[in-house]
Design a protein around this ligand. Structure first.
Ligand SMILES: Nc1ncnc2c1ncn2[C@@H]1O[C@H](COP(=O)(O)OP(=O)(O)O)[C@@H](O)[C@H]1O
Ligand SMILES: [Mg+2]
Length: 284
C-alpha cells in the first residue's frame, strides 16, 4: 500500500475529498502539516511515520514568516531527491505563487497573455502606466481569489508602496468581449489534459467565484485546451488551474496559472469526481 501525504494545515473539503479518493484506490493517505515535517541529520522526517511517504499532494502551504515558508518549500524541493513524488513540485508552486514569474514564463514561451510589468517603487510604476497609455490591472504579487485587484487608468490611481509591499505588478486590462457583463474561463488541467472547465460570469470585472461570480459548465475549444496545457507546462505544473480570458477581437489569453487551485466551484458544475481524477493521475 502506497502512502500518500496530503499537505494541509487545516483539513478542508478538498483535502477530505482527496483522502477519500486515495482510499478508494487502495492507497494509504494521511494529512500532514508541512510545519511538522523536519530536516534531520538523516534527511527528512514526517511526524509519526517510519520512513517516507511515496508521494505528497500539496493542497496548501500555510502563511508564515519568510523563513518558515522557505523551509517548507525546501522540504518539498528535497523530497524528490529522496524518491518521493511531489504534486505540484516546489518549483512549480514558486513559479505560480509569484505572479511576475508566471507572467515571464508565459510570455517567453510565446503563450498569449496580456502584457505585464513588475517593478519596485511607485516612481517606476508611474513610468510604466504613463508609457503603456492603456488601462492596467494592479495585482498583489502573491494574490489569490480575486483579492486586492485594482484598475489603474492614470498614474494617480497607483496606491502608495505600503499597499503593495513595495512591488507593483501591472497587467494590461483586457476589456470585456461582450456588453452583458464580465466572463472568463477556468480550466483545471492535469498532465496536458482537461479535468474540468467552467465559465465564470459576473457583473463585476473580477470574476473569481469567491467574489460572487457564477460558474457554468463549459466545453473548452481545442484552442483553449492547447493554450491551457501549454501554460501549465510552462510553469512545470503536474496539475493547474488556468485562467483564460477572451478579448473583444476573439483572441484568447492566459491570465494566470494556479499551482494549488481549489475546485469546489468547478465540482459544482462537473459530473465526475475531480478529486478522483487527480488522485488517479498521481497514483498512475
Ligand atoms: N488583465 C486583466 N484584464 C481583465 N480582467 C482581469 C485581468 N486580470 C485579472 N482580471 C480579472 O480578475 C480576476 C482575478 O485575476 P487573477 O489574475 O486570476 O488573480 P487571482 O489570483 O486573484 O485569481 C480574473 O479572473 C479576471 O476576472
Ligand atoms: Mg485567478
Amino acid at each position: 500500500m502506497k502512502r500518500i501525504a496530503i499537505a494541509i494545515d487545516r483539513v478542508d473539503w478538498h483535502a477530505r475529498r482527496l483522502h477519500a479518493a486515495f482510499l478508494a484506490l487502495d492507497m494509504a493517505p494521511f494529512f500532514v502539516s508541512l510545519r511538522a515535517v523536519a530536516f534531520t541529520p538523516e534527511g527528512v522526517r514526517f511526524p509519526g511515520l517510519e520512513g517516507l511517504p511515496d508521494a505528497v499532494f500539496v493542497r496548501a502551504i500555510a502563511a508564515g514568516s519568510f523563513e518558515e515558508v522557505t523551509r517548507r518549500l525546501g522540504v518539498l524541493h528535497a523530497l524528490p531527491a529522496l524518491g518521493v513524488a511531489v504534486w505540484n513540485a516546489a518549483q512549480a508552486i514558486e513559479r505560480c505563487v509569484d505572479k511576475s514569474m508566471t507572467a515571464f514564463l508565459l510570455a517567453t514561451a510565446g503563450i498569449p497573455t496580456p502584457e505585464t510589468w513588475t517593478v519596485e517603487g511607485r516612481e517606476a510604476a508611474v513610468a510604466v502606466v504613463t508609457e503603456a497609455a492603456t488601462e492596467m490591472v494592479l495585482k498583489p504579487l502573491f494574490g489569490a481569489q480575486g483579492r486586492g485587484l485594482q484598475r489603474i487608468r492614470v498614474p494617480a490611481d497607483l496606491p502608495p508602496p505600503e499597499a503593495v509591499a513595495g512591488v507593483y505588478h501591472l497587467q494590461r486590462f483586457v476589456p470585456p468581449a461582450s456588453h452583458d457583463g464580465f466572463c472568463d474561463y477556468r480550466l483545471l488541467m492535469c498532465r496536458g489534459e482537461v479535468v474540468a472547465a467552467m465559465t465564470r460570469r459576473s457583473a463585476e470585472w473580477v470574476t473569481n467565484l469567491h467574489r460572487g461570480a457564477r460558474p457554468t459548465a463549459f466545453a473548452p475549444t481545442p484552442e483553449m485546451m492547447a493554450l491551457a496545457a501549454r501554460a501549465a507546462a510552462a510553469v512545470g505544473a503536474d496539475y493547474a488551474g488556468v485562467d483564460l480570458i477572451g478579448a473583444a477581437d476573439g483572441r484568447v489569453m492566459v491570465l494566470e496559472v494556479n499551482s494549488m487551485p481549489g475546485w469546489r466551484g468547478l465540482q459544482s458544475v462537473t459530473e465526475g469526481s475531480i478529486a478522483a481524477i487527480l488522485a488517479r493521475r498521481l497514483v498512475a
